[in-house]
Design a binder for this molecule. Structure first.
Ligand code: PHE
Length: 499
């Protein structure tokens, strides 16, 4: 059993065996053990208590001290005493509330009237009327004064005070304050008293094993302090990254370890690159003002004519793809409109346009903007996790496997895909992840259509996907309201899981 005892426990036990029958206070133990930190007494005492050698007694006592008003009362008298003295000093016909208000602060004359009434002083047509015999009032005021004095500057144990007075003054503001203190005492149990003090020598204990120590041989003879994982410990509340930043970082490392390269792009784009290059028809409802944030400045941005020519051709007639296109007239001015990107697919398509003959696997995590009313599942600004695989053998199974691998690495091994529709992919998929037994839609994917890739000048298939970051965050953090992700509530943020 002795081996379980650490140095602090040995020291405390040895000190207590110096007077085996004594009941020890904190101060006495600190002195006997030559400690300054009471945590040593508390910790060693608890450990000895668990070993059955020490008994701990806790006594909770309540200290009453004077509050701000109470201290004022100690020096100048209680408000009711000062008011009463004032009344006595006035001629009979001048004992009026209105004159009192001139001699006392409003904060005193207001509550003062009630206090006086409760003492038996009547108020008739604005004047105070004293009873014939005021001796009773004087006794009450005297008792109250004594009570305040008995608390005094230093406060008093609640047990030593008149309990009715304590109750009465507790209901008045800032006169008395109650502080609870718990005092512990320690005494040896029968088992404790039987320990041989000679067995309680302190040994060198190793708490942390450092590389330096391992270079010598001393550690071989030393005793190692046991690590107790059950001990209560404070939760450190230092700085930490916002959970969304941690999540982005984790997603980033997953794609990087899967061999992808990260790309970025601007928030401000043209309708041409955000939509026309992706074969989204110019009449598409999502292009309307109420879904997309178009800009006043810059209202338009330049786009090279060669792109406008190519898009006009595929949009109107399908270009060389064999498709019939959307028909109608392609509006080049519409394509130049400035907007806040509505999806990060604009980054991947531009990446391809800039290097149509390079194979690539790229991803990006970025903010997108849509005119959405804020509710528990919508925000006007959110993030997408976007990516493409552009290479000769890119294929649908490769796309599905990539997404499944990503979600498995995120901790969601159950993934399924379902048919979907996007104007720029064929086939198109929806990606769903199983969470607590239900399937949740987390994103879209597909193979870019020839109407997208032909104008870009690429000949290889392109696997593409775009997934919602906030949706995923809600799963990871176990939330059902998307707004919670961005509320600056430090307590909540602190208690969110480490990602
Ligand atoms: N851009 C689509 C969205 O915002 C997602 C997507 C990306 C779909 C790439 C297919 C291919 O929902």
């Amino acid at each position: 059993m002795m081996v379980e005892l650490g140095n602090n426990e040995r020291r405390m036990l040895r000190a207590m065996l110096g007077d085996p029958q004594a009941i020890w206070s904190l101060d006495q133990l600190l002195e006997a053990c030559e400690w300054v930190d009471q945590a040593h007494v508390a910790g060693a005492g608890l450990a000895l208590n668990e070993e059955g050698m020490v008994e701990i007694e806790e006594v909770t006592s309540r200290m009453i001290t004077l509050g701000e008003e109470g201290r004022k009362a100690l020096n100048d008298g209680l408000l009711e005493s000062r008011l009463f003295a004032w009344i006595l000093n006035q001629p009979d016909d001048q004992r009026m509330v209105s004159t009192m208000s001139q001699s006392f602060e409003k904060s005193e004359s207001g509550p003062g009237v009630g206090l006086l009434k409760r003492l038996g002083i009547a108020l008739e047509r604005g004047s105070f009327v004293l009873p014939n015999d005021t001796s009773e009032i004087e006794t009450i005021l005297e008792d109250r004064k004594e009570f305040i004095q008995s608390i005094g500057e230093n406060g008093s144990d609640e047990d030593k005070l008149d309990s009715d007075m304590v109750v009465a003054f507790r209901s008045r503001k800032r006169i008395i304050e109650t502080n609870e203190t718990t005092t512990r005492t320690w005494r040896l149990s029968a088992d404790g008293r039987n320990v041989n003090p000679g067995s309680l020598t302190e040994k060198t204990q190793i708490v942390d094993l450092t590389p330096e120590m391992l270079q010598g041989d001393d550690w071989r003879e030393a005793e190692f302090k046991r690590y107790d994982v059950d001990l209560p410990a404070p939760t450190p509340a230092g700085g930490r990254p916002h959970p969304m930043q941690s999540l982005i970082q984790r997603i980033r490392s997953i794609f990087l370890e899967m061999g992808f390269t990260e790309i970025e792009g601007d928030f401000v784009r043209t309708a041409g690159w955000n939509m026309d290059s992706l074969f989204i028809p110019q009449t598409h409802p999502a292009r309307a003002m109420q879904d997309t944030f178009y800009l006043e400045d810059p209202e338009k941005l330049p786009i090279e004519d060669r792109w406008l020519d190519l898009w006009a051709d595929v949009h109107e007639k399908g270009g060389g793809t064999g498709s019939t296109g959307w028909g109608g007239n392609f509006d080049r001015e519409e394509a130049k409109k400035g907007l806040l990107r509505t999806h990060t697919t604009v980054n991947t398509v531009k990446h391809l346009a800039d290097r149509p003959n390079e194979a690539c696997r790229v991803f990006g995590i970025g903010r997108v903007f849509r005119q959405e009313a804020i509710d528990k599942s919508h925000l006007p600004e959110f993030h997408q996790i976007e990516g493409i695989i552009h290479e000769p053998d890119a294929s649908l199974p490769m796309l599905v496997t990539t997404l499944k691998t990503f979600y498995a690495k995120m901790g969601y091994p159950d993934v399924r895909v379902r048919p979907a529709y996007f104007p720029y992919t064929e086939p198109s998929l929806e990606i769903e992840v199983k969470w607590r037994g239900i399937w949740l839609e987390l994103g879209g994917a597909g193979i870019f259509r020839p109407e997208v890739t032909e104008p870009l000048g690429t000949e290889w298939p392109v696997c593409a996907w775009g997934m919602g970051l906030e949706r995923l965050a809600m799963l990871v953090l176990g939330m059902d309201d998307i707004r919670e992700l961005y509320q600056p509530d430090l307590l909540k943020l602190r208690s969110m899981p480490i990602i």
